[in-house]
Design a protein around this ligand. Structure first.
Ligand code: ADP
Ligand code: ZN
Ligand code: ZN
Length: 732
């Protein structure tokens, strides 16, 4: 007897056993291979499962097993390496395997729709049709003509039938006689070609050579290159080599906003089939791109986080650009790090993986220091441009207008007058982060979260940036009915208003998630900014990522203090990365760059380190202090979180978990909590957490296994949700 063990999308962290579909012969069952999709009954629903293995027996009695309904794919659509990757990820992140497998398939396939190859729809002979003599079906000339066409080719496209006035109805008639069947004609394969690359400088050449020497088999490389040092040029040259060997390249980028620019640069270099995968695609587009990656017709696959699970027919290189970027970590549901999964994938596929950044994560630096990754450094900017000069402006006792000091205002004016562009960084959207009553002190707060509401002007609403709730802006104080309501603090809308008045003859571009909602907004903005000069760009985090604005001669950080006092253990790393990346937007072309940083704490050590503009030294110092504290990457972290409408129950659940596992945890591990999350109430739910710090990966994995098993043993609890986060980015 055979049992099919399947991964099924469900919140349960286990596989499910089924009997083969009724009527399926033993030989056929033995011929099934992992990764094939099956449709199976699950509870009262019918769902799509993924075959993991065919076993001889189940732990359950036969009578308790249901039959699968149907095998959906004649062969597995994804490779064994990708299946192994999913299996690894499900174990490592302690996530339900069915949900992990789902990540490797586009929605129509997850929903059990038949697989469709890319190409042109058409027909071919089948069954009886193959044996028919030429000139058959003489009594029906149209059918005979269609048949003759099919006898002369492997398959014929619908467009060709149409050109000879043969309707689909004729073909359906032939199909009813079991002579022909529908098929998809493959698109003609494009031979990829590359334009010659730039002449590399010595540092670039040594990085490229090191990777070329290791192009067969797995190796992991960290490319630490200052902004503008020519990392992308290195990717391009390695990809050219990869294509020349008939292999595919997978390039991960952090942001959807970056795809147009990356794509333009790639398509300028390669005459090749480049497909893009990101969350902004329509379903049909996404499916075609996925299929092209799978069938090998796509030579280069560029995508955001989830693209790391795209099937590839012949992977030859994986690149993770801006590898430090926190958007590679999924923050809910399946909480994986696409960067870490990419490294594992390269290992399973047997190809090199290249992680690139001007500001590498401490994790990757640690791996490079300990010899697990090969480190390649680019210390100089490529081409003519020089690294920008960076200076702090002490704003203490200065008169600020919309957050801008007189010194900064005059610097902006000078640059504009000189025909250059200015980039202002303010990491807070909306008009003001606080609305307050000047008479009694009342503050507008979210009803569902422990958070203040942000005042927005366009449209005029109070908005919660945590749960999305909105309210009308009150005219009077709801508490004392005074009408002395004032805003406190500064958001991008407010600074934008001021800039429009103060620099009215120049264009002002605001770039934040509110102003960039439209699908192609970012692409259009980048094009417009690079066409119209001079002008001022004002924006949040969104502006700092990889975009290329060659005419920017001044970058200013309006509120450097906002980042100085983060409670999180990664606060300093984040700040150093962010500031270095923002500063890196300056002086990318002929224009020499200047960076100004407004602060009330010009002597703060983190700022001082920044002013020296050596992220790499700063990072190595931070690494030493993390090591001393046993924090990642020296130690391993995981967090169990609960989400509950009752504040005490979540904590009690975690306390019980702690009590029941404490004696069995590996030595050297340390439990912290349960504690309320730093923002305890969010969207009406109370959040608590239990943190585990382990000396190494193995101990962390063992502890995670224990905690998850114990948490699951309790079964589902109404109204209490728990989750586990392996290698969390933040402690809340
Ligand atoms: P990064 O990806 O590190 O930010 P890029 O690859 O975008 O750097 O390179 C920055 C600029 O320098 C680009 O305009 C690029 O064309 C140019 N560049 C890169 N490598 C070279 C080189 N070897 N010679 C001349 N210019 C180069
Ligand atoms: Zn009041
Ligand atoms: Zn809220």
């Amino acid at each position: 007897m055979s049992v099919l063990r399947l991964a099924i999308p469900s919140p349960l962290r286990r596989l499910f056993d089924y009997l083969p579909p009724r009527g399926m012969g033993a030989a056929e069952v033995q011929g099934l291979s992992p990764g094939q999709r099956l449709s199976v009954p699950f509870g009262s629903r019918r769902v799509t499962g993924y075959l993991v293995e065919v076993c001889l027996e189940s732990e359950l009695p036969d009578s308790a097993l249901k039959h699968a309904e149907a095998v959906l794919d004649p062969q597995a659509l994804v490779s064994p390496a990708l299946l192994q990757l999913c299996d690894w990820a499900a174990r490592y992140y302690h996530h339900p395997p069915g949900e992990v497998f789902s990540a490797a398939f586009p929605r129509p396939l997850r929903e059990g729709k038949p697989h469709q190859a890319n190409g042109t729809p058409g027909w071919r002979l089948s069954g009886r049709g193959m044996g028919l003599p030429t000139g058959a079906l003489g009594r029906s000339p149209r059918q005979a003509q269609a048949l003759a066409m099919l006898q002369g080719a492997e398959a014929v496209a619908n467009t060709e039938f149409a050109a000879r006035a043969i309707s689909q109805a004729i073909l359906r008639n032939l199909h009813d006689k079991a002579l022909v069947e529908k098929c998809t004609l493959k698109l003609p394969q494009l031979e990829p070609a590359s334009r010659p690359g730039l002449a590399l400088n010595a540092e670039q050449a040594s990085a490229v050579n090191a990777l070329l020497e290791n192009r067969e088999g797995f190796s992991c490389h960290l490319l630490e290159g200052v902004t503008g040092s020519g990392k992308t040029e290195i990717y391009l040259q390695l990809i050219a080599d990869c294509l020349a060997r008939g292999r595919q390249a997978l390039v991960l980028i952090p942001e959807i906003g970056l795809t147009p620019q990356t794509l333009d640069r790639f398509s300028g270099r390669f005459a090749a089939n480049i497909v893009v995968l990101h969350s902004g695609l329509g379903e049909a587009e996404r499916y075609r791109a996925w299929e092209a990656a799978r069938d090998g017709s796509a030579h280069i696959v560029i995508g955001t986080r989830s693209a790391v699970f795209t099937p590839l027919r012949a992977p030859g290189l994986i690149v993770v650009d801006e590898e430090h970027d926190s958007s590679y970590k999924q923050q809910d549901g399946f909480r994986y790090s696409a960067r870490d999964v990419a490294v594992k994938r390269a290992q399973l596929e047997g190809c090199p993986v290249l992680l690139g950044s001007a500001t590498p994560s401490l994790e990757s630096l640690h791996n490079a220091m300990t010899g697990r990754y090969q480190l390649h450094r680019l210390r100089q900017r490529a081409g003519a441009s020089a690294l920008p000069v960076i200076r702090a402006i002490d704003v203490r006792r200065q008169e600020l207008q919309a957050g801008l000091s007189p010194l900064l205002l005059s610097a902006i004016g000078d640059k504009l007058a000189a025909g250059q562009q200015v980039l202002l960084f303010l990491n807070r959207r909306g008009y003001a982060p606080t609305l307050q009553c000047h008479d009694c002190g009342w503050v507008a707060e979210c009803r569902a979260c422990d958070a203040r509401l942000t005042m927005h002007r366009r449209p005029a609403r109070l908005r919660c940036h945590h749960c999305g709730a909105t309210q009308a802006i009150p005219r009077q104080c709801p508490k004392c009915h005074g009408d002395n309501l004032l805003t406190a603090g500064l958001g991008t809308e407010q600074t934008e208003d001021f800039l429009r008045r103060h620099f009215c003859q120049w264009p002002i571009y605001r770039v934040d998630s509110d102003s960039m909602q439209a699908r192609h907004a970012m692409r259009e903005l980048v094009a417009q900014v690079n066409r119209e000069q001079p002008g001022i760009l004002l924006g949040t985090q969104m502006l700092t990522k990889g975009h290329h604005f060659p005419a920017v001669g001044l970058v200013a950080i309006i509120d450097a203090d906002a980042m100085l006092f983060s409670a999180d253990f990664r606060g300093e790393e984040r700040m150093a990365q962010l500031l270095t990346q923002v500063a890196g937007r300056a002086g990318r072309a002929e224009v020499p760059g200047q960076v100004l940083l407004q602060t009330h704490y010009p002597d703060h050590p983190a700022l001082q380190a920044m002013l020296a503009l050596d992220y790499s030294d700063q990072a190595r110092a931070m690494l030493a202090s993390r090591q001393a504290a046993g924090m990642p990457p020296a130690g391993q972290l995981l967090i169990l979180r609960t989400d509950c409408s009752d504040s005490a129950r979540g904590e009690k659940f975690l306390q019980t978990l702690r009590d029941l596992t404490r004696d069995r945890l590996p030595t050297g591990t340390q439990l912290i909590g349960p504690l309320p999350a730093p923002m305890q109430r969010r969207a009406g739910k109370f959040r608590s957490q239990l943190i585990l710090l382990a000396p190494d990966r193995r101990a962390a994995q063992a502890a995670a296994g224990l905690l998850v098993a114990q948490a699951e043993a309790g079964g589902a609890r109404r109204d209490l949700k728990w989750s586990i986060d392996i290698d969390p980015l933040d402690l809340y």
